[in-house]
Ligand binder design. Structure first.
Ligand SMILES: *Cc1c(COP(=O)(O)O)cnc(C)c1O
Length: 378
């Protein structure tokens, strides 16, 4: 097996993969309706539930062919009964995307906005639930990937349930990294994609949720043909397969990635991501970078550094310098501040981050940016 040139991706997914996962895609051609392939789904669906400690009788997983956003589309369009309303607890771009999807489907939705640098005010969430008894779904993002902020999923789930709503949580940027206990954290539906925590490839995404609610959703309006949760679930339960052509090679790689997930173990993997995260924070701090969020409200996987005020600061030049040397850094896309992100996803460890900071220091020097970096305001 030829070794493939290793790239260190510090962007918020897709993540650096192992060569064994890359090569798992290279297989003889096969029709996905053959048992040899379709029999993979049973174990795969069970594993996806097991990763978040879900009871297999209570929770199930449903796969879709697409990037992570397909999950948001599916949950928003499939899980709302007629005449009911969605409440999006929105403190970042990914929750805002859910509100936008609701708008595209013409669904009643309260987009309850909070500052992107703060956890949501639970009293305001409760007040909104109290004033709108027709809210049937509360939606938020576990870690807002745009900032790295950790939302109080468990508390939001408890509030949703207290007011008779289903709690849907986008866990795409934490799943299979930071441990999640779906039921203990009051989550009815969560979601992720193969290319993030599981360190496989884009093209397959999955929703894990309560069977009883999916079954109840049989009678909800079907607002999409391809993206309906009940229809896909029903096909899986009846035939064991995806309704339409699955991404065969991507699924082989995912199965290999899950094997490697169990080998590393939940605890070992989270410890490794934490080592990477700590090394990133240490490296940023040594160079004098400020971070957008205080440590206490971060999920431990994304670091958002604020652009310094050095007149020579040029993110694109720094990016290109690092990229040419095998390291990918990523802009922030925060509207209220200029930031860039360094993320702790993927098959990387502390030593990769130390090597990255050597390159990054050279990049700062090449751009004539003073170190420690300079901020106009104290
Ligand atoms: C990455 C990510 C997604 C999926 O984005 P795609 O570009 O569609 O793969 C969804 N939600 C969150 C929180 C994410 O971090």
């Amino acid at each position: 097996m030829k070794k493939i040139e290793r790239k260190i991706l510090l962007n918020p997914g897709p993540s650096t993969t192992t060569d064994t996962v890359k090569y798992a895609q290279v297989v003889p051609d096969i029709c996905p309706r053959e048992k040899e392939f379709s029999s993979l789904f049973k174990g795969l669906r069970e594993d996806l539930v097991k990763i978040v400690h879900g009871d297999p009788d209570t929770y199930t997983s449903v796969l879709f062919c697409g990037s992570g956003t397909i999950n948001i589309d599916v949950c928003i369009s499939s899980l709302l009964p007629e005449g009911k309303k969605i409440l999006v607890v929105d403190n970042g771009n990914y929750s805002a995307r859910a509100a936008e999807i609701a708008m595209y489907y013409g669904l009643p939705c309260i987009d309850l906005k909070f500052p992107i640098t703060e956890q949501p005010d639970l009293a305001k969430v409760e007040e909104t639930l109290k004033n709108n008894p027709d809210i049937a779904m509360v939606y938020t993002t576990y870690q807002e990937t745009v900032t790295g902020l950790l939302n109080p999923a468990k508390e939001l789930g408890a509030l949703a349930h207290q007011y008779g709503a289903v709690f849907v949580c986008d866990t795409t940027s934490v799943y299979a990294m930071r441990p999640i206990h779906i039921e203990e954290e009051n989550i009815d539906f969560l979601m992720a994609s193969a290319q993030k925590g599981l360190m496989a490839f884009t093209g397959i995404s999955f929703i894990i949720g309560r069977r009883s609610i999916i079954e109840a959703s049989r009678d909800y309006p079907k607002r999409s043909y391809y993206c309906n949760l009940y229809l896909q679930y029903e096909f899986f339960e009846r035939t064991g397969e995806m309704h339409f052509t699955p991404p065969v090679q991507t699924i082989y790689a995912l199965v290999q990635a899950i094997k490697e997930y169990w080998q590393e173990g939940e605890e070992g993997k989270w410890a490794r991501h934490t080592r990477v995260y700590n090394a990133i924070n240490k490296g940023l701090e040594e160079l004098g970078f400020r971070q957008l969020l205080p440590a206490e409200i971060r999920a431990g996987l994304v670091s958002s550094a604020v652009y310094p005020d050095d007149p020579n600061w040029n993110f694109d030049r720094l990016h290109d310098y690092c990229y040419e040397r095998g390291y990918t850094i990523y802009p922030g896309f925060v509207s209220s501040a200029n930031t860039f992100r360094l993320c702790s996803l993927g098959a990387i460890d502390e030593a990769d981050i130390e090597a990255f900071f050597e390159v990054f220091k050279d990049a700062l020097k090449a751009c004539n940016i003073a170190v420690p970096v300079y901020y106009a305001e104290n």
